[in-house]
Design a protein around this ligand. Structure first.
Ligand SMILES: [Fe+2]
Length: 241
């Protein structure tokens, strides 16, 4: 093959690869090192959780998106974005619903989870917009955390506990979801803080002591980022991914 022809084939291949990659979701970098949350959340758990579990959800959802893209009928669904797809599972062919719900939910939930934490946490500010909303609606940050802890403790099996903003009413509420479901599957319900209560999130360090893990999470909550997410969510329902 002539050199020019080889170059042309190489160029087409590179473009095709770039296009394929551009359409895939990617594993986000953590906003800190794997040992950055020590001693509250251990390095080994963070590494396995991010590179093992989050990456597996990512592979599942990318596989579904790839299959949706390969069919002219379902192609528009793949362009919808994962947040909207999770709100419109009734439009998805039956065989893709469960992997999309589990893989897609797992991907977006962990995408938020990493950003809910920071080394040693950040201060909750009573006087900013979020702080005032918490005081008005829960009475105090302590009351919010107590309700959060109770719901996290009582959740049976694997799932999540959330602080959610209901956009239409501006109401903050705490809820739990099973498996990898997200409150954002309901339009206008925007999770601003989430705690992963799958055993993979804590078993290496805390074994069966979920209460210990909840306390550890409280030590690393990034309230500053949570307050920023709250203010952003007040503006409009989020569709980030
Ligand atoms: Fe997890």
């Amino acid at each position: 093959m002539m050199a020019a022809a080889k170059m042309k084939v190489l160029f087409v291949c590179v473009c095709f690869l770039a296009q394929s990659l551009a359409q895939n979701l990617e594993l986000p970098r953590l906003p800190y090192e794997y040992d950055g949350l020590e001693p509250h959340v251990d390095e080994e758990t963070m590494r396995v959780h991010h590179l093992g579990h989050h990456a597996a959800y990512l592979a599942t959802v990318n596989n579904v998106l790839s299959m949706l893209r390969s069919n002219e009928t379902t192609k528009p669904l793949a362009k919808m974005g994962i947040d909207k797809l999770l709100q419109n599972l009734d439009q998805v062919p039956t065989e893709h619903v469960t992997p999309l719900r589990n893989g897609g939910g797992g991907f977006v939930n962990h995408f938020l989870f990493w950003k809910c934490m920071s080394p040693n946490g950040t201060r909750f500010e009573m006087d900013d917009v979020f702080g005032k909303a918490v005081t008005a609606q829960f009475g105090s940050i302590q009351a919010l955390l107590q309700e959060f802890r109770e719901k996290a403790t009582k959740l049976f099996g694997s799932g999540w506990t959330w602080l959610v903003l209901e956009h239409s009413t501006k109401r903050l509420y705490i809820t739990t979801t099973p498996n990898q479901d997200t409150p954002a599957m309901q339009v206008g319900h925007i999770p601003i803080l989430g705690l992963d209560l799958w055993e993979h999130a804590y078993y290496l360090k805390h074994q069966n002591k979920r209460a210990e893990y909840i306390s550890s999470f409280f030590n690393v909550i990034d309230w500053k980022a949570t307050a920023a997410r709250y203010e952003e969510a007040l503006k409009q329902p989020k569709t980030e991914l």
